[in-house]
Ligand binder design. Structure first.
Ligand code: XMP
Length: 504
């Protein structure tokens, strides 16, 4: 395994996914992880990655003991600056910096660049400049005569100012593979088929004769977790799907068809639409709506659980990004994550999280290997409170029906145009306004539909998608033609920040 010491930012996650793609298992831990914990993991190599350039405290908190472990170390980006500093070298930082793919001349004698061409194209930023190189290190890569890579003579420690883990970087990918396979001597052992086999064996042994309960939402993570556990314990897994009346068109039927008919799973559907709509009556505030939906979900789930006996385990679809400890500001904070939005604390279960080691792409691969259809596996994110936060203001059955229909038309046209794979998340929302329009020569005073489409990596930031105008026109025409209570369609051209992805 490879251990990534995370200096913050997004680089560690890119790197983690990149290494797993090379079939090597890796874990991401904060930069201030203690040396004892690092040793216990028995890494074959360590990577110090990413970072926020202004934070100087990091160098002090990083345990210098890692350089005495006899394990190869690759320091990337800001990590290389820290490693150089720890060994006595100096760097300075410019007032502003820029980044792009740039030409790098690499030392062919260095094992890191073994087999690569002379002039490489690598993602380089000039967030700092090497003034003096640390004792025992030499230059192994340059850009315009400036140092961008250093290494100690013994082929053990490397520092790179550029980012080889960037997805589009072919040369960078080879550099990472050289580190993994030629320097750390890793084997290609991380394989999703093996993961499935091992997990099934583990879950079977763990659950034993007891039963497990899973709150199935129909989203990627809970679906894959449920099918994996079902493979292991079959009938002993009971899934509960709560229909809160805030689902998209055909969603309930689709979930029932896939899990009950195709996988023959023990699935309980709870028809709780009236309960949820009753609680939401007269409530317009988004946070209050979220709270009501979350709490009601728990109540419904609790009631179902009380009807069942011998439940020893609760299955949750937690995945690795939810687990990664955030080391950005030195706080070792593990983000607590509940797929079902916070379960009651007095439940007498053990929690089983079969996907907690996996990145999202890996979860999808496991899902495909288990035979789950693309409809589920490639599904876009959908918020727990569902359409409840896409009907802005008070939620009524009439408004839900409008937004559900508009969303259905939107999805249908995007799919037909072949744009589905090009958009990370898209949906229709119903603003709480009515506007004047005209239809068949008569004045109308009806609703407006807002269309949103964004691309994003993790939902933290997002860019609005430039859907072709003729496609938008087609969607708009269909929505106003087919939904009598809508006379206007608008397209949201706001990125995040300053907007959020959802409107509420
Ligand atoms: P925002 O609107 O915060 O959304 O930019 C970021 C991502 O999170 C989803 N989202 C939610 N997911 N419960 C959820 O499970 C929620 O209350 C919730 N609010 C937003 C949103 O769809 C987007 O993918």
């Amino acid at each position: 395994m490879i251990l990534i010491l995370d200096l913050g930012g997004k680089f560690s996650r890119f790197l983690g996914r990149r290494i797993r793609e090379s079939q090597v298992y890796c874990e991401i831990v904060p930069y201030n992880h203690s040396i004892d914990k690092i040793k216990a993991k028995k890494p074959e190599g360590i990577i110090i990655s990413g970072g926020i350039p202004t934070d100087v405290a990091i160098a002090e908190e990083l345990d210098k003991g890692i350089f005495d472990l006899g394990v190869p170390i690759l320091a990337i980006g800001y990590g290389a600056r820290i490693m150089n500093g720890i060994h006595g070298g100096t760097t300075t930082m410019p007032s502003a910096f820029d980044y792009d793919f740039r030409k790098v001349d690499a030392d062919k004698g260095s094992m890191l660049f073994n087999g690569l061409d002379e002039g490489l194209s690598l993602w380089l930023d000039d967030e700092y400049v090497f003034d003096t190189i640390a004792d025992g290190f030499k230059t192994i890569a340059t850009h315009n005569d400036g140092v961008v890579g250093i290494g100690d003579g013994s082929n053990k420690f490397y520092g790179l100012k550029f980012h080889p883990e960037i997805e589009e970087s072919k040369d960078g990918n080879e550099i990472i593979d050289n580190f993994l396979f030629k320097i750390c001597n890793c084997d290609r052992q991380w394989d999703m088929r093996e993961f499935i086999d091992d997990s099934i064996e583990y879950i079977r042994a763990k659950v034993g004769d007891g039963k497990a309960l899973c709150a199935l939402s129909g989203g990627v993570d809970s679906s894959v977790a449920a099918v994996l556990v079902h493979e292991a314990i079959g009938e002993k897994l009971i899934c509960v799907f709560v229909d809160h009346g805030l689902l998209r068109k055909h969603e309930r039927e689709q979930v029932e068809e896939i899990f009950r008919e195709q996988f023959h799973m023990n699935l309980i559907t709870v028809d709780a639409k009236d309960r949820f709509l009753g609680k939401l009556k007269g409530v317009a505030d988004p946070e209050q709506k979220r709270k009501i939906i979350g709490e009601e979900f728990i109540r419904v789930f609790e009631e179902e659980q009380k009807k069942l006996e011998d439940i020893g385990y609760l299955i949750q679809g937690t995945i690795y990004p939810d687990v990664i400890e955030s080391g950005i500001d030195g706080k070792v904070a593990v983000k607590s994550h509940h797929n079902v939005g916070g379960l009651p604390e007095d439940m007498d279960f053990e929690i089983l999280e079969p996907l907690r080691q996996l990145f999202k792409d890996e979860v999808r691969e496991v899902g495909r290997l288990l035979g789950i259809s693309e409809e589920i596996v490639a599904r876009q994110p959908f918020p727990g409170p569902g359409l409840g936060i896409r009907v802005l203001g008070e939620v009524t059955e009439e408004k839900l029906e409008i937004v559900r229909e508009a969303d259905h038309i939107y999805r249908d046209e995007i799919k037909k145009a072949g744009w589905e794979d090009r958009i990370w998340q898209y949906f229709a929302a119903l603003p709480d306004i009515r506007t004047v329009g005209v239809s068949h020569g008569k004045r109308t005073y009806t609703y407006t539909i807002a269309l949103r489409a964004v691309n994003s990596i993790d939902g933290m930031t997002a860019q609005w998608v430039k859907i072709p105008l003729d496609l938008l026109e087609k969607i708009s025409t269909r929505i106003t033609d087919e939904i009598p209570l809508v006379n206007r369609v608008v397209y949201d051209i706001t990125s995040k920040p300053p907007g959020t992805i959802e409107w509420e």
